[in-house]
Design a binder for this molecule. Structure first.
Ligand code: URA
Length: 245
């Protein structure tokens, strides 16, 4: 199911008013017949009127009526080869396609590259999205990067001090080797900036291009053992933590 691409269903005006907590449907019908309800600036007295909750503006007794949307907070283990935009110009699969059974419209918090996997938060809470994505908040994001070759201490120190990418010097990062094989290494890199393809460019800058990249944490929120392609609701503790940032 693609939540974004699905059209929001129109509902009867009396149901809209009931869902918004104005009155029961029957009572709401009375209000409509009494001329107390406006849709997009026009008084409506026809009980068959349907409205689109995302598009139409409804007033009752001169006051705007809104349906409070339930706030939803999810984490997804994004697979490679999915875009984090809601609609893709090339029609590639989007992370929203993976949110089976979620009826609320949620949006990715920040982005991951098409070929990056791992932790992606999704929510319909715009205030929280703003908070987490705003650079001034300096929230650490932790990545596992499998890179070509095995960087030495001098190369890791470059990442730690900051490297120049696209004429910009990155802020000091944390970098350590988690494991090595004969011709590659897995690095754990922690950054709080979110420049386009930043980790890939940082590794490129020290001569160790990224072969695969996975985000494993955002602040104290960790991906844990959530399987690839699966999502879960955040716990209340995780939500409280994000709101406290
Ligand atoms: N850095 C990258 O290079 N890519 C991502 O998807 C995230 C961080």
């Amino acid at each position: 199911m693609n939540i974004e691409k699905e059209k929001t269903a129109e509902i009867r005006l009396q149901k809209y008013l009931a869902d918004a907590g104005i009155a029961s449907r029957r009572k709401a019908e009375e209000y409509i017949l009494q001329g107390k309800v406006k849709v997009n600036g026009q008084i409506v007295t026809n009980l068959g009127t349907k409205v689109n909750p995302d598009r139409d503006i409804i007033f009752y007794n001169g006051k705007k009526v809104e349906i409070k949307k339930k706030k939803v907070y999810l984490m997804l283990n994004k697979p490679e080869n999915y875009v984090t935009t809601v609609n893709d110009q090339f029609n590639r699969p989007t992370v929203i396609d993976l949110l089976h059974s979620v009826s609320e419209r949620v949006y990715p918090v920040g982005r991951l590259d098409y070929n990056t996997s791992g932790l992606l938060l999704l929510t319909n809470d715009g205030d929280l999205t703003y908070k987490i994505t705003h650079p001034k908040h300096h929230i650490d994001k932790i990545y596992l990067a499998t890179v070509k070759g095995i960087p030495g201490e001098a190369s890791l120190n470059k990442l730690r001090r900051g490297v120049v990418i696209d004429d910009y010097k990155t802020a000091p990062a944390k970098a350590k080797i988690i494991s090595t094989s004969s011709n590659s290494a897995i690095l754990q890199i922690t950054i709080h900036e979110g420049r386009n393809r930043q980790v890939r460019k940082m590794c490129e800058a020290i001569g160790h291009p990224v072969m695969s990249l996975k985000r494993i944490a955002i602040g104290d929120i960790s991906l844990g053992d959530l399987p690839v392609g699966k999502f879960r609701s955040l716990t209340q503790k995780e939500i409280d933590y994000l709101k406290s940032l």
